[in-house]
Design a protein around this ligand. Structure first.
Ligand SMILES: [Zn+2]
Length: 206
């Protein structure tokens, strides 16, 4: 058996698995004979765009939870929808299958994992930067905030306040205000920047 190789020397994009407690690692060891392993599959999937926000990949978005290659070369990909009933998931599933077929994977098996639910915490730092470059302000808060846990129970359970300043993705100014709780899609809010006067979408935390 080969031991799994790191992809650091290959120049392929490093897939980032969010460090979530209780989320099992999606990496299996290299499958003998398949010619590719889960790291390679993650690299390929990093080229599959999110259908709603094409500049960011489905890996950046954090919806690919696991990729496992079996000894016969079949590839099992586990995805978690960004929200239940997300119509884009069918498109994403088809895009994953098509991309892996293009790389010579004959059998692609898709699994949907609903729990734990996807949160905006799973968007990678690369993904957040790509959102900014695209003109969308990325989520400004961690949904699961453990930073107050050391301050005692009252602090730990209190809501974060005041609400975060949302930085304009065009000029960086935090002199902004919400103009509509719903932007181009339900997961975004519409903001306006008072400095450069541009409207922009804010990707709401959830
Ligand atoms: Zn601005």
């Amino acid at each position: 058996m080969n031991t799994p190789k790191t992809s650091a020397s290959t120049g392929s994009p490093r897939a980032v698995m969010p460090a979530q407690a209780g989320v099992p690692s999606g990496r299996s060891s290299a499958a003998a004979g398949a010619g590719y392993d889960s790291d390679r599959v993650f690299g390929w999937l990093n080229d599959v765009p999110d259908p709603e926000i094409p500049p960011i990949s489905i890996i950046d978005l954090g919806i690919v939870r696991a990729a496992q290659v079996t000894d016969d070369g079949a590839c099992h990909v586990t995805i978690t929808p960004t929200y239940s009933g997300c119509p884009a998931m069918q498109v994403i599933g088809a895009a994953i299958t098509e991309a892996l077929h293009a790389h010579g994977v004959r059998e692609v098996v898709l699994h949907t994992q609903l729990s734990p639910a996807w949160t905006t915490d799973w968007i990678s730092e690369t993904g957040k930067q790509k959102l900014r470059n695209y003109g969308i302000a990325p989520p400004a808060e961690q949904v699961i905030d453990t930073s107050r846990l050391g301050l005692g129970p009252a602090a730990a359970i209190s809501r974060r306040a005041p609400p975060p300043r949302i930085a304009c993705p065009h000029c960086g100014s935090t002199h902004t205000a919400v103009t509509s709780q719903f932007g181009s899609t339900p997961c975004k809010a519409l903001y306006r920047c008072f400095d450069c006067r541009e409207p922009f979408d804010y990707f709401k935390c959830h």
